[in-house]
Design a protein around this ligand. Structure first.
Ligand SMILES: NC(=O)c1ccc[n+]([C@@H]2O[C@H](COP(=O)([O-])OP(=O)(O)OC[C@H]3O[C@@H](n4cnc5c(N)ncnc54)[C@H](O)[C@@H]3O)[C@@H](O)[C@H]2O)c1
Ligand SMILES: O=C(O)C[C@H](O)C(=O)O
Length: 355
């Protein structure tokens, strides 16, 4: 009965979970989280233990990585996770050694990195954070499962994911991704506010490109379920192209900075929640007829984007694999936005090579 209530509760939050077999239920998966004791990591671990990432049946072993300087907070986090008495939490393994933390990992969420402060851009972090993702790419390559799914949260997330992938040549490039789901969620909530509609009634609004000021939040393929239950295009429902092409885009692009200017530190719980959405959909699958944003390796010049950068695309996921949605109509306005964010990612790649 409690299980049923838990599923209903999670379903009401807009997530869907397939029924796991008894065998799957008994086999915990290994989830590595870096920067576990930080702002995002410490919330994320509780979300994972509660089933927000893999559903209410899937047991997990949390393999938590921190710097030696944060050993105390890491220990404290482990004690608190224990005290949560989470039925899905099979084991907790804290470590300050990357190879130990990534050993046989099925999933790795790479959060541990320096956050930006007021007045900084995310790419200003590259100098310091690039080294972390080189070392962690090498460690993943050595000890993680070759099927490991990697979600990079630490900024600049797209280019850090590219660096980690570069240093993990034995793991397929498609297994490395970066988080742009927070930007997608921000776009959904802005539109829900504007349209006075439920956030779960808005679909297929996506982010293209970099998790940065040049990202392109795109409503052209989005739909909203109207009061009569019919699906309406977002542009038609909002009926204000000036807003959609200007204030809306700019608000989403700058939301991270807006939070920093108010809190004097960057987003934490919303980032942890988005990381759960990202990995959840990759692992469990996207809902029929829906696509979501994931920054993944660009290849075959999809939508004219240069190959070999980690670029956010609309994707669908099935059987643990993502696929870029094909055949969307792209107007001239969008093409310019695609190019601006692509240029920035190419520039970041060059900076990373120099480092
Ligand atoms: N992609 C996104 O949507 C998004 C959203 C929010 C924040 N971020 C980024 O996530 C990162 C973490 O943010 P935060 O607020 O949790 O920062 P934080 O400073 O609170 O926590 C970072 C943690 O990482 C640890 N750490 C640093 N280097 C490490 C390493 N090499 N190995 C393991 N652990 C290490 C630190 O000890 C610290 O506990 C930042 O780079 C931030 O900019 C990304
Ligand atoms: O803005 C930041 O630096 C943190 C994060 O990337 C965010 O979008 O909130």
């Amino acid at each position: 009965m409690d299980d049923i209530k838990a599923i209903q509760k999670l379903k009401s939050l807009g997530r869907h979970f397939p029924q796991a077999s008894k065998e799957e239920e008994n086999k915990p998966i290994r989830v590595a989280v870096t920067g576990a004791a930080g702002q995002i990591g410490s919330v994320l671990c509780f979300f994972i233990a509660q089933g927000r990432m893999f559903g209410p049946y899937q047991k997990v072993i949390l393999q938590l990585l921190e710097l030696p300087a944060a050993e105390g907070p890491l220990k404290g986090l482990c004690l608190e996770l224990q005290d949560g008495a989470y039925p899905l939490l099979a084991e907790i393994r804290p470590s300050t050694n990357a190879e130990e933390a990534f050993k046989d990992a099925d999933v790795a969420v790479l959060v541990g990195a320096k956050p930006r402060g007021p007045g900084m851009e995310r790419k200003d972090l590259l100098n310091e954070n690039a080294k972390i993702f080189k070392v962690q790419g090498e460690a993943l390559d050595k000890v993680a499962k070759k099927t490991v799914k990697v979600c990079v949260v630490g900024n600049p997330a797209n280019t850090n994911a590219l660096i980690a992938s570069h240093y993990a040549p034995s793991i397929p490039k498609k297994n490395f991704s970066a988080l742009t789901r927070l930007d997608q969620n921000r776009a959904l909530s802005q539109l829900s506010d504007k349209l006075k509609t439920r956030v779960e009634d808005i679909k297929n609004v996506v982010i293209w490109g970099n998790h940065s000021l040049t990202q392109y939040p795109d409503v052209n393929h989005g739909e909203v379920i109207g009061a009569d239950g019919k699906r309406i295009k977002i542009r038609q429902a909002v009926n204000d192209d000036n807003y959609l092409n200007d204030a809306f885009i700019s608000r989403v692009q700058k939301r991270g900075g807006e939070i920093i200017s108010v809190m004097k530190k960057s987003s934490a719980a919303s980032a942890a929640s988005a990381a759960c959405d990202h990995v959840h959909d990759w692992w469990v699958g996207t809902k029929p007829g829906e696509f979501v944003s994931m920054a993944v390796i660009s290849d075959n010049n999809k939508y004219g984007v240069a190959n070999g950068i980690i670029y956010s695309f609309p994707v669908v996921c099935k059987n643990g694999e993502w696929q870029v949605v094909n055949g969307l109509n792209i107007d001239e306005f969008s093409k310019k936005k695609f190019k601006a964010t692509e240029d920035e990612l190419l520039e970041e790649r060059k900076m990373a090579l120099n480092i």
